[in-house]
Write a protein that binds this ligand. Structure first.
Ligand code: ATP
Ligand code: MG
Length: 352
């Protein structure tokens, strides 16, 4: 049995027509770091709040460890669920020192144990020397680590974090992704992190749960989700992609699309005339003029720093969306020129 189980969990807020969370099923293993990823309003925070016990499901069952924390006959209050929560704005007490902030969640502990535990978790998050400062005297990234230390202090079964990186600038965000994952791993905690940022999700989690309109679209490791997105929504939400529609060839392994025949990584089981394929931009490799299986006109070039994004149009489909291809920055590619390329089959995927 999994450590955390959500079974058919639904939340219909009163006065609304559509459930914010719609019959979701999710199993989480002990020690896993999971992210709930999806666009604004898809039900991420509501799911987290139901796990924490701040919101009651309309129907369904939630189990944490051995304990059924919610079903139709029973609702365990938040403080008895063994949960540590890190809020988006960190919610530190400004009038308390860092140490006292961390000790706050330990009010049932003996006073000497409280202090020792606060020291221990502050060391864990790398803030051993900051115990006597106030929240206003430390940086945003440090405040976040204090919030995490406070959540970890009572040794919760699971840590829940809502948009933990959204208040941080790009550079600090990258560092905190690394720091937070390291701290969670060292503390050996199960964690569920909410984010609407694909890079956050991919950088920190063992598995990612993509949600849309209250419904789970896919649960997979970052690598699997990127390479084999289940449907068009997931394919587009986790990175850029090109979606093409076409007819399957008799060999069941090639799809005839507007850019030409695209080879699938594995043959399909049956013939179909309406196949959707997702082709990642980095799956398209520029080759010498005329040497590739595909060629098109470069409409636009955008530099990202690490590569250049080419928007390529095909003579046959001038009216449709251009295809996005990543090319190495050292290639000198002019707008209006013709590029020839091949497609790496392992970055092609059939989607629903
Ligand atoms: N208390 C409430 N009463 C009524 N509707 C609510 C309530 N809280 C949330 N909702 C609605 O439920 C849906 C899901 O909201 P939720 O806060 O879970 O989204 P989210 O995925 O966390 O979005 P964001 O990324 O913007 O934080 C939204 O349509 C929202 O308007
Ligand atoms: Mg939210």
């Amino acid at each position: 049995m999994s450590f955390i189980q959500l079974e058919q969990v639904t939340k219909l807020f009163s006065g609304t027509q559509k459930p914010a969370v719609d019959a979701i099923n999710l199993n989480i293993e002990r020690g896993e770091i999971i992210t709930l990823l999806g666009p604004s309003g898809c039900g991420k925070t509501t799911t987290l709040r139901m796990l924490a016990g701040f919101e009651q499901p309309s129907t369904g069952k939630i189990t944490i460890g051995e304990q059924v924390v919610y079903d139709n006959s029973n609702a365990i209050p938040p403080e008895k669920r063994g949960i540590g929560m890190v809020f988006q704005d960190y919610a530190l007490f400004p009038h308390l020192t860092i140490e006292k902030n961390v000790m706050f969640g330990l009010n049932k502990w003996k006073s000497k144990d409280r202090k020792a535990r606060a020291r221990e978790v502050l060391e864990l998050v790398g803030l051993g020397d900051f115990a006597q400062r106030f929240p206003s005297e430390i940086s945003g990234g440090q405040q976040q680590r204090v919030a995490l230390a406070r959540a970890l202090a009572p040794r919760p079964h699971v840590v829940l974090m809502d948009e933990p990186f959204s208040n941080l600038d790009a550079g600090l965000r990258e560092k905190m992704r690394y720091d937070v994952t390291n701290i969670l791993r060292k503390a050996n905690t199960t964690a569920i992190i909410v984010t609407h940022d694909q890079k956050d999700a991919f950088a920190v989690s063992d598995r990612v749960v993509v949600m849309k309109d209250g419904v789970i679209q896919q649960v997979a490791s970052p690598r699997e989700m990127y390479r084999c997105p289940k449907n068009c929504f997931v394919a587009q939400f986790v990175g850029k992609t090109n979606l093409l529609t076409g007819e399957l060839d008799k060999d069941l392994k090639h799809v005839r699309t507007s850019i030409g025949k695209v080879c699938l990584p594995v043959a399909l089981n049956e013939i179909s005339d309406n196949i959707k394929v997702s082709i990642r931009p980095e799956g398209c490799q520029i080759v010498a003029a005329g040497a590739g299986n595909y060629s098109g006109h470069v409409e636009r070039v955008t530099y990202s720093g690490e590569y250049q994004e080419l928007y390529v149009n095909f003579q046959q489909n001038k009216t449709s969306e251009p295809m996005v291809i990543y090319a190495p920055i050292e290639e000198n590619i002019e707008v209006g020129s013709v590029v020839s390329f091949n497609i790496k089959t392992d970055l092609v995927c059939v989607v629903e």
